[in-house]
Design a protein around this ligand. Structure first.
Ligand SMILES: [Zn+2]
Length: 313
């Protein structure tokens, strides 16, 4: 490993964001990231939740036809304002997922798993639906063998969950995506990630580290979401949990360049790769200056690892 390069970068480290540092090592958040690694499609629902923070709805059994359920439920729920709200939440949570029933079923399963692992808290509020008599019933008590008045078992049960506070905070701040990028970067062979030790604790933090004298505009310091080194190459990562535009990444590009020029004084063969991990980077014009990965359309985490691996050689 290129120790002199790593030392040169470390000599510019200034501080870490203490609140983010604690969350980086939080067991619950780590577990949630783990589950998201297996189900990257669920980012679409988290993104939608960020803009419309309502309870997440789970439907059981998990084999359903979303596009048939939608008109059916909307027509029976119109009678009550509350019912309508409940049903709308269910449909709205998938508004980032277009016309793909299988994908919606997989995400429904993700939400169910997240509840089973206590990343989501259950709410005692259930909606039961009988397709025979096209009836919905709201209840806060479930019986072992709930039956509709027509004598049939209900076809579908809907339940509400809320995202636990520490995880919601991470979604809103966008830090969850940084931790996700950290997990991806960790899976890239020979990429040495550059962390910073928390003073007085034996913990190392890798995300949102401030570096001195590489700032842009009137700022002297600059923050980088994630940094790694492979041979003579620095890989700088910027994570944006939004529909990213050029103005969102302008500062990052300047900060990464400034870091590069500072270090190149000591390492003439130095190379720099700038990687943007965005929820939706489709608004960014392709450029030779940086690489963009959108997680909105990410199907498998291995694809992401492979793509970034080929960039850093
Ligand atoms: Zn019935």
């Amino acid at each position: 490993m290129n120790e002199t390069l790593i030392d040169a970068i470390k000599s510019l480290q200034l501080r870490i964001d203490a609140s983010k540092a604690n969350l980086e090592n939080d067991k619950k958040i780590q577990g949630f990231i783990e589950l998201l690694m297996e189900n990257p499609e669920a980012w679409a629902v988290l993104y939608n939740w960020k803009n419309h923070p309502k309870p997440l709805v789970i439907v059981e059994p998990g084999d359903f036809d979303f596009f048939k359920l939608k008109p059916d439920l909307l027509s029976v729920a119109s009678a009550s304002h509350y019912l309508r709200d409940y049903v709308y939440s269910f449909f709205e949570q998938y508004s980032e997922v277009t016309l793909d029933n299988e994908k919606i079923k997989r995400i429904n399963d993700f939400i169910k798993q997240a509840r089973a692992k206590n990343f989501l808290d259950s709410k005692n509020e259930f909606l039961l639906y009988c397709s025979q008599c096209r009836k919905v019933v709201l209840t806060n008590k479930l019986e072992e063998d709930d039956k509709c008045t027509c004598g049939m078992s209900y076809d579908f049960k809907f339940s509400l969950t809320s995202i636990s506070p520490s995880i919601s905070q991470e979604i809103i701040s966008g830090h969850l995506l940084e931790l996700y990028a950290l997990r991806i970067a960790r899976s890239i062979e020979d990429l040495k990630l550059i962390g910073m030790e928390i003073q007085g604790e034996e913990k190392v933090v890798y995300t949102s580290i401030q570096y001195s004298d590489i700032g842009v505009g009137d700022k002297s310091n600059g923050e980088l979401d994630l940094l790694g080194v492979k041979n003579d190459t620095i890989a700088a990562f910027e994570c944006k949990f939004n529909e990213t535009t050029y103005s969102d990444i302008k500062d990052f590009l300047g900060i990464a360049d400034n870091l590069y020029y500072r270090i190149r004084e000591k390492k003439p063969n130095l190379k720099l790769i700038k990687i943007i991990i965005s929820y939706d980077g489709s608004k960014l014009t392709p450029s030779n200056n940086f690489f963009v990965m959108s997680i909105k359309n990410l199907i498998s985490i291995n694809t992401a690892i492979k793509e970034i691996k080929t960039l850093i050689h």
